[in-house]
Write a protein that binds this ligand. Structure first.
Ligand SMILES: C[S@@+](CC[C@H](N)C(=O)[O-])C[C@H]1O[C@@H](n2cnc3c(N)ncnc32)[C@H](O)[C@@H]1O
Length: 234
């Protein structure tokens, strides 16, 4: 499987595929990112410049690239897919007030200093520029290359607001009971031989879906697997 196919599988995972144990989570995250793009990016008539800050292999580029003129991937020096590497001090080699959108998906839990990372996003955004950010509430340890933080809804809102942003959209993805099951699945998963893992996913993922459907969005916005927010630079 090449990188492009792996990216598509991540965006549209199959319950019978390689990403089966992440089936519901990855679909929910992609759907929420699509919702945010439609609500905050797609209708903007300006020619937008976007930075994918902590881009990895840019999994969400196909969803947002049609609506932006320039898409810049930024990451640590070891990431060869990045267009710009951050300096050892964490600086982005871009001028102040130069970007319309900063996209940050599943990065904040990995950065050494979240406040410094957010302040750098704030510096490179234009006034009223948008930060689209998703990060984990509850999730298993997953270093890439490090893993430092998990957020509560209020803790995440506090750290983002204090970096000079106004939060205009905030949603939780996968509520407590469903997430308990996801963690239970992952607790067993790595003890099983490879051939049994898809069977575990076939049992657990429908249960996770069922319990998540019984959770109110209002509850999920407080306590969730992942939070997604849109914040404007003040
Ligand atoms: C879990 S990956 C997420 C990648 C991609 N955004 C995604 O959604 O798949 C975390 C990424 O954050 C990057 N990263 C870690 N610390 C960073 C920092 N201080 N500044 C920018 N990127 C960082 C890592 O190199 C890695 O590519």
């Amino acid at each position: 499987m090449n990188e492009r196919e792996a990216g598509i599988e991540r965006l549209y995972p199959s319950i019978f595929g390689r990403m089966a144990t992440r089936y519901y989570y990855l679909r929910q995250l992609r759907q929420k990112i699509e919702e945010v793009i439609q609500q905050f990016v797609a209708n903007n008539p300006a020619k937008l410049t976007l930075a994918d800050y902590g881009c990895g292999n840019k999994p969400y580029q196909p969803l947002i690239a049609p609506f932006v003129e320039k898409y810049i991937g930024i990451d640590l020096p070891e990431n060869t897919s990045a267009d710009i590497h951050i300096s050892p001090e964490g600086r982005i080699q871009l001028a102040d007030n130069s970007l319309d959108v900063v996209l940050s998906t599943q990065v904040l839990e990995h950065v050494v200093n979240p406040t410094a990372y957010l302040l750098e996003a704030q510096r490179v955004l234009k006034k009223d520029g948008q930060l689209i950010l998703s990060t984990h509430g509850y999730w298993m340890f997953h270093p890439d290359p490090t893993d430092f933080w998990r957020w509560t809804s209020t803790g995440l809102q506090k750290v983002v607001s204090e970096a000079g942003f106004e939060i205009v959209y905030f949603k939780g993805i996968i509520g407590r009971s469903a997430m308990g099951l996801q963690l239970f699945q992952d607790g067993i998963l790595f003890k099983l031989p490879q051939f049994l893992r898809p069977i575990l996913a076939l049992i657990m993922q429908p249960l996770i879906i069922f319990f998540d459907k019984t959770t109110a969005q209002e509850t999920r916005d407080k306590d969730a697997c992942t939070f997604i927010l849109v914040a404007k630079k003040k």
